[in-house]
Design a binder for this molecule. Structure first.
Ligand SMILES: Cc1cc2nc3c(=O)[nH]c(=O)nc-3n(C[C@H](O)[C@H](O)[C@H](O)COP(=O)(O)O)c2cc1C
Length: 275
């Protein structure tokens, strides 16, 4: 259940101390927490994802890190409007309404890694929901720094939007010919640009590519540099909030080209014990 409350900001007397708010209810009872209680929500509208710290006797605090303090403009506030809920929503939703997905792939993980290639020509056959869920789930299963999972996936099937996303960049041509694409975005408020947002989202992209290949779908990673024309146009097309940064587009479809595996082990780039 989502809670909403006002909380007084507690600032450190000394340098190096923690800035935090006290949670005005027993968070363990409220969020069925045992051990670390993971929560998410917003402080004055700025999203966060964090773990509560126990002060004993059912009392908990939420520490506000320096980056979030800056975003909130904490020096100008005494109290904060807080929303807070257990950070297990996706898991809960899956339990309540299980998504339809493929349970197993007949391709083992090493074969998938060794034979995956970028596929840029696709047939007209459309990919069904169950397959797309399986591919997106692979993205959600990626590792992320401090388990922040800053990603969002925009699934696009509309042919007009696919064309707009491809734009005039020849590198992005596969998007216009794909059955659909997934735009992988990151939430800068959850994982900052100077933290590991690019690494987290790239790990999700690679999982998406491998899972696609594993279930017989061709895919290619189309790169986006932040701040470029393509990235800005994408932000406009989807009217993305400022905290959301587009990181990659994966074009997907049934393969219309057959690419073999290539041997890529390169001894000249392996260093044993020393450079
Ligand atoms: C960050 C990144 C950006 C990429 N951008 C594009 C792109 O814009 N268009 C494209 O056709 N392929 C793109 N690729 C795919 C690479 O061209 C491809 O992975 C590389 O040529 C190796 O081929 P393989 O994937 O078949 O092994 C990109 C790959 C990465 C990792």
């Amino acid at each position: 259940m989502k809670r909403e409350f006002q909380a007084k900001i507690v600032s450190p007397d000394k340098k190096g101390g923690l800035t935090y708010i006290e949670v005005p209810f027993n968070a363990a009872e409220e969020f069925n927490g045992k051990g670390r209680i993971k929560v998410q929500g917003a402080l004055n509208g700025h999203t966060y994802r964090s773990s509560l710290i126990s002060k004993g006797n059912g009392f908990y605090i939420l520490v506000i890190d320096k980056k979030l303090q800056k975003q909130i403009g904490i020096d100008d506030c005494d109290t904060l409007h807080v929303t807070m809920e257990a950070d297990n929503i996706a898991v809960d939703q899956n339990v309540k309404t299980p998504i339809e997905k493929i349970e197993k792939s007949s391709m083992d993980v090493l074969t998938a890694i060794r034979t995956r290639r970028s596929i840029r020509r696709f047939s007209k056959k459309s990919i069904d929901e169950k397959v797309l869920n399986t591919i997106m789930e692979a993205g959600f299963c990626a590792p992320s720094a401090k388990n922040k999972r800053p990603w969002h996936f925009i699934l696009v099937k509309n042919k007009e939007i696919l064309k707009r996303l491809a734009g005039n960049d020849s590198n992005h041509k596969p998007i216009s010919e794909a059955d659909c694409c997934i735009v992988i975005c990151g939430d800068k408020n959850i994982q900052g640009m100077n933290d590991f947002i690019l690494e987290d989202c790239s790990a999700a992209v690679q999982n998406i590519l491998l899972a696609s290949h594993g279930v017989g779908i061709g895919a290619v990673w189309c790169g986006l540099h932040t701040g470029t024309k393509d990235s800005k146009s994408l932000t406009e097309i989807f009217e993305l909030p400022t905290k959301i940064v587009p990181i990659a587009i994966v074009a997907l479809g049934y393969p219309e080209e057959d690419k073999g595996a290539v041997e890529r082990f390169d001894f000249s780039k392996v260093h044993y014990e020393k450079w």
